[in-house]
Design a protein around this ligand. Structure first.
Ligand code: NAP
Length: 522
């Protein structure tokens, strides 16, 4: 049996044949199979599989409806079935703790090995996993909710909670870290917010964690595939000293940052993982998350990207805790990079400005007066204005909500004009800092094509990076403009974050390859 946290793959159907699925799971890196008998519903196939020699150890699970499965049988019926299948010696049997506690039949059918008499039979009886599933949330008094299960005689204890945000997931990890030396533990959170509990199971010495063979065979919301865990999150490299980084936002599940930063860390041989950390869109939720990870330094969170809608929240949280903000972050009024500078200390920076500076470095020298039009007046616009002012541009901000443009211009020292005027103002550089044109609304553009017909043609920079070539950029190119994609801005700000956290040069080529959807060999 391999050492360390076992990667378990649930098998949920009898087709393709169980043996074939078991072989695929082993080839993909699984250490353990979970036969979900409640979903497979094919007793002869299960018996045939269990009777054969096995390449991987097996957990037999017959999950009840009340705890997320499909088994409607009574406790006595389940006990009879467990007894019948236990004779074929699965390595583990998983029974809900609540059912096992109330049912003498289930207790008689599967006993914990650690509490039983010495073995007398050739084939040892299965080990008992007692499990508890909260399908609705993660209780506030989590430690208390776990006490009876942790005091049970199970060989392995399994507790599953639904995470409504990264804070829930971190609270589950804190319990795993607390108890995993004393008990064999499977402890995780479901839902996309729970992903980090699976990725970090190995860091905190969980007994096992579950990953699907492919996305069509998930058994819980937010369950990653084996491939994702191994290839994107570098499962086999994770250990007790792995540091934790991530992107805090709402939503963040489609962010490219985990793939980009993880690949960059792998290239630079940095022992870290980077994961999506969804935090609900209020200051209170952001502050509660930051307070928790600050008060729990063993979670080893060392660096965070901050995205919509938390950039201003991050600046406020740092200020309230008297932690330093870089000059640029103060000027922009928003923080997109948090770096841990001590056990309970953080600093904040804004690398979006560095991203726009990198984009401006790609503007061809025209010899003209340096004039720029900014479309939008949100967080990206503030960073773009700072970069343009640093490079000596004369900047005009055009925004749908005029008062917001005026406030920004007043604060940062440039001018503002009504949104409608953006159509008639020839400038050297146009920067789109609205979200117009972003997928799924790829067919929209913040400027009609006619407004791009200036002589000489302008340089058009789009902050939107999904898609890499927006409608605005396509039409600008067709009108002879020089174009700079939002991916350049994104990559440069990500590289600046990498350098702030890891104090070493970012492998920009690798980051660019991942950004363009290519895979980089492990
Ligand atoms: P934000 O703070 O929410 O600001 C959004 C801006 O878009 C506001 O000025 C808003 O105008 C304007 N807007 C939205 N819908 C509009 C519409 N239908 N018509 C006219 N104006 C509209 O967002 P942000 O953080 O600045 O981000 C803006 C975009 O930049 C996003 O697509 C984001 O992904 C991208 N971004 C890219 C990078 C990068 O690295 N490439 C970095 C940061 C941001 P009102 O004020 O009138 O609402």
């Amino acid at each position: 049996m391999p050492t360390g946290t076992l990667l378990a793959v649930p098998i949920t159907a009898a087709s393709p044949p169980l043996l074939e699925q078991a072989r695929s799971a082993k080839a993909a890196g699984a250490d353990l199979l979970e036969l979900r008998a409640d979903l497979i519903e094919d007793l002869p196939a299960l018996e045939q599989f269990l009777a054969q020699p096995r390449e991987l150890p097996v957990i037999l699970t017959l999950r009840s409806v009340d705890e997320g499965g499909k088994c409607c049988a009574s406790d006595a019926e389940r006990a009879a079935l467990f007894q019948r299948l236990a004779a074929l010696a699965p390595d583990y049997v998983d029974i809900e703790f609540a059912a096992w506690r109330r049912s003498p039949e289930l207790q008689a059918a599967v006993r914990p090995r650690r509490a039983g008499p010495p073995e007398t039979r050739d084939a040892p009886p299965p080990r008992l996993i007692l499990s508890q599933h909260d399908l609705h949330g993660t209780p506030a008094a989590l430690g208390q909710a776990l006490e009876p299960l942790l005091a049970s005689p199970a060989d392995v204890v399994k507790a599953v909670f639904a995470a409504h945000g990264a804070l829930d997931a971190c609270r589950v990890l804190a319990q795993l870290q607390k108890w995993s030396q004393a008990r064999k533990l499977i402890m995780l959170a479901t839902e996309p917010a729970g992903l980090i509990t699976r990725v970090l199971a190995r860091k905190f010495n969980a007994f096992a964690i579950f990953a699907a063979l492919d996305s069509a065979r998930q058994t819980a919301p937010g369950q990653p595939t084996l491939r994702e865990l191994v290839e994107v999150y570098r499962w086999n490299q994770i250990g007790p000293s792995t540091t934790v980084l991530g992107v805090v936002g709402w939503p963040v599940s489609h962010s490219r940052s985990p793939a980009i930063h993880t690949a960059a860390m792998r290239t630079a041989r940095i022992d870290g993982v980077y994961a999506p950390l969804p935090v609900a869109p209020t200051y209170a939720a952001f502050a509660a998350f930051m307070d928790h990870i600050t008060q729990n330094p063993h979670l080893d969170v060392t660096g965070l990207s901050v995205t919509i809608p938390h950039k201003e929240h991050a600046a406020r949280w740092l200020t309230e805790h008297a932690f330093p903000l870089s000059d640029v972050a103060q000027r922009v009024g928003a923080v997109n990079t948090l770096t841990r500078t001590g056990p309970a200390n953080w600093s904040g920076d804004n690398t979006d400005c560095a991203g726009f500076l990198a984009a401006l470095a790609l503007v061809p020298e025209s010899g003209r007066e340096r004039t720029a039009a900014i479309l939008g007046a949100g967080g990206a616009a503030r960073a773009a204005v700072c970069a343009l002012l640093l490079r000596g541009y004369n900047v005009t901000v055009f925004n749908r909500t005029e008062a917001r443009a005026a406030a920004l211009a007043n604060e940062l020292g440039c001018s503002a004009q009504p949104w409608a005027k953006r159509l008639h103002t020839p400038v050297e550089v146009i920067v789109n800092c609205t979200a117009i044109g972003m997928a799924p609304a790829e067919n929209e553009s913040p400027l009609p094509a006619a407004a791009l017909r200036s002589k000489p043609p302008a340089t058009v920079i789009d902050a939107v990076y999904n898609p890499a070539e927006t409608r605005l950029l396509r039409e600008a190119r067709q009108h002879g403009c020089h174009i700079v994609s939002g991916t350049e801005v994104f990559l440069a700000q990500a590289a600046a974050q990498f350098e702030a956290w890891h104090k070493t040069a970012a492998p920009l080529d690798v980051m660019r390859q991942i950004m363009s959807g290519k895979t980089v060999p492990a």
